[in-house]
Ligand binder design. Structure first.
Ligand SMILES: [Zn+2]
Length: 273
């Protein structure tokens, strides 16, 4: 597998893979990426644009500070001199003066391989713990965006004339609006039904308004159930995005199991407030 796909799970090589193990590793890499950065060694494994090696962000998230043309697919060592220092003339071809000053502060050690380190050095927290928090953070952002009516549902995209169809991307034959995403989607209902069969007393909602109102009340009485419901909506939305991008959704039973493990292992205060 190493020979076929390489060892970089953080960046998508674009190579289509038939290996399920590699797909799982890549999926893990997606969650690792925001919480690790490279400690620069010889720069041979670090992509200038797509990896985090300068402060806490990828350079491609700072588009106004640099000339991206030519940096695409460039490795960091291509910006080094033969003697193992930053090549200032080359830096000047791509970055402005302020950014060059920051880059030159980064110490490399060309005798060492590049190594990953965590961005936030929380003592006592494992990498898997940090990746797990990243999933929770995404879930919170999703719900925050739902409350702000800022989720790109097909109904929203059609309204903005960015899409022609407004039906559920999973094929429910209903308009994919917020109420559908949070309450009525057939696939959400299947996940919730699966969880109910495991003896979790999840509430049943008829409308978005009722759902939002009761989730607040339910969170005061039994925050665990409110959290399970919120996670189920979030993971169903993730499945929907997989389908929308031509991939296979996880089966409802597996998604339901993921919902429980995500919801019961960690509390998430902003979701239940
Ligand atoms: Zn649906």
């Amino acid at each position: 597998m190493l020979a076929k796909y390489g060892d970089n799970v953080l960046n998508d090589s674009g190579m289509k893979s038939s290996s399920n193990v590699w797909k799982i590793l890549k999926e893990g890499g997606k969650f690792l990426k925001p919480i690790v950065r490279w400690k620069v060694g010889n720069g041979e494994r670090i992509f200038v644009l797509n990896d985090i090696w300068l402060l806490n962000r990828c350079l491609n998230e700072w588009p106004t500070f640099l000339n991206c043309t030519g940096l695409e697919n460039m490795y960091l060592h291509q910006l080094f001199t033969d003697s193992g220092d930053w090549d200032v003339a080359k830096l000047a071809m791509y970055f402005n003066e302020d950014l060059i000053c920051i880059i030159r502060e980064v110490k490399m050690d060309v005798l060492q391989a590049d190594l990953l380190e965590t961005i936030f050095k929380f003592f006592g927290k494992s990498i898997s713990g940090l990746a797990y928090e990243e999933v929770l953070r995404r879930k919170e952002i999703f719900w925050w965006r739902l409350y702000k009516f800022a989720i790109p549902s097909n109904h929203f995209l059609k309204f903005r004339r960015l899409a022609e169809e407004d039906c559920c991307a999973r094929g429910c034959l209903s308009v994919e609006n917020y109420e559908h995403i949070v309450v009525h989607c057939k696939f959400l209902q299947e996940i919730l039904e699966c969880i109910r069969k495991w003896r979790f007393g999840l509430p049943v909602f008829q409308s978005l308004e009722e759902c939002m109102l009761q989730l607040r009340g339910c969170s005061r009485l039994n925050s665990g159930l409110a959290r399970i419901y919120c996670v189920a909506v979030f993971l169903n939305w993730k499945n929907r995005n997989l389908v929308k991008h031509g991939k296979n959704a996880l089966p409802c039973s597996i998604t339901a199991a993921n919902v429980i493990s995500l919801a019961v292992l960690k509390s998430c205060p902003t979701l239940v407030s």
